[in-house]
Write a protein that binds this ligand. Structure first.
Ligand SMILES: [Zn+2]
Length: 384
């Protein structure tokens, strides 16, 4: 039974939602002066993304674009003649490179001959994240085999991520955003607030009058944004970046209206940051508690994510599991060994520091053991 306050705002899960009813895909709604919320379809169980449209003089600035699908383009055509009434798009801002956000940025930019703004790491990620080629490369294979997948399953995973839906259209130029940049758009001064961990350099837009935060995927209500380690960077420690980014966002006022890329706009930013932090701390504890005996990555994945349906879920869940494992290894609380071609994880020995992935890591060349290099417990080949 939903609870409402005197203004008709729904109260749920420690958050306050000014608009209780979700909009249908393709519909828009003004959520602040000169700022519209547009819902676009996604072909997943998470069936929508929220884009935000900012009026600027006689035109529009678009924040995020939707996935590269016919349905997205058709919904945009309605916006061009409806809300925009023929006025042009002056600029596109992508919070990050993920396909539901940057999917048709190139199409909008081409149509209106307007610039695309995003951070440098996000722009470059558009070009490197999805591996090219008909068959998985050795490193893609190696990463998933060590996690516990069979050769057949790895081929299946590869075909899945090669699917066209995952590929935003490319564009050959962009304008760079950096943390702290200021953007005067419409009647507001916006500040770029960068978050990391979900994607390399995710840009949120904070209105400096304290009224609104366009949060992209950095802060979502109800849903926990994925923080994953994938084949492109097996030793990454994105959870550390993610937790630091939650603290970075905590400097913004709790009273701000948060405009997320999924679900509904909400109030109580700080409560949501607390919840996200608590979620990851609980996952870290759960993972560690199950490592008294050596466990493979897939076994740990089943502990953290007992209900999974389909390979795509598994791909995301594996990435998330490894993000937590790599974090714990960097803390010296978990040790990774290679056993019969698969990684196994077990609790670290108290008092024995573990070499860590991340900026202070000892470089360990697999298979070599020069006397000057200390053995890394993170990647130790177990004696057979
Ligand atoms: Zn995302």
């Amino acid at each position: 039974m939903a609870e409402y306050n005197a203004d008709g705002h729904e109260l749920a899960g420690g958050l306050r939602y000014p608009w209780p009813q979700a909009q249908c895909s393709g519909e828009w709604r003004e959520v602040a002066d000169g700022l519209w919320w547009l819902r676009m379809p996604l072909p997943y169980r998470l069936d929508h993304i929220n884009l935000y449209l900012l009026r600027h003089g006689d035109g529009w600035v678009v924040v995020d674009t939707g996935m590269n699908t016919e349905q997205t383009r058709a919904a945009w055509e309605q916006v061009f003649v409806g809300l925009f009434a023929g006025q042009p798009v002056l600029a596109v801002i992508c919070t990050h490179y993920h396909s539901d956000h940057a999917g048709v940025a190139a199409w909008l930019a081409e149509r209106y001959r307007c610039p695309v703004y995003m951070t440098a790491s996000e722009y470059r990620s558009l070009y490197v994240t999805v591996p090219a080629g008909q068959a998985p490369g050795w490193d893609f294979h190696d990463f998933h085999a060590k996690a516990g997948f069979s050769g057949e399953q790895i081929d299946e995973l590869y075909r899945l991520i090669q699917s066209g839906h995952f590929r935003p259209l490319h564009f050959n130029s962009y304008r760079r955003l950096q943390d702290g940049d200021r953007l005067p758009i419409g009647n507001r001064q916006w500040r770029v607030v960068v978050g990391r961990g979900h994607s390399p350099e995710h840009a949120c837009l904070y209105a400096e009058d304290g009224s609104v935060l366009i949060a992209g995927d950095q802060v979502l209500p109800r849903i926990t944004p994925t923080v994953g380690v994938h084949a492109t960077e097996p030793e990454a420690d994105p959870l550390r970046d993610w937790l630091a980014s939650l603290e970075h966002l905590r400097r913004l006022p709790d009273s701000v209206l948060v405009l997320p890329a999924h679900e509904r706009p909400f109030y109580h930013l700080h409560a949501r940051l607390d919840q996200l932090q608590a979620h990851h701390q609980a996952q870290l504890s759960r993972l560690l508690a199950s490592c008294d005996e050596p466990r493979s990555a897939l076994e740990l994945m089943a502990v953290l994510f007992p209900k999974l349906s389909g390979r795509f879920d598994e791909l995301m869940a594996l990435g998330e599991t490894l993000a937590h494992a790599n974090y714990l290894m960097a803390e010296g609380l978990l040790v990774r060994e290679l056993h019969q071609g698969r990684h196994r994880y077990r609790r670290g020995t108290p008092g024995q520091p573990a070499a860590a992935p991340g900026p202070t890591a000892t470089l360990t060349i697999p298979g070599s053991q020069p006397a000057a290099l200390q053995e890394s417990p993170c990647d130790r080949q177990e004696q057979q």
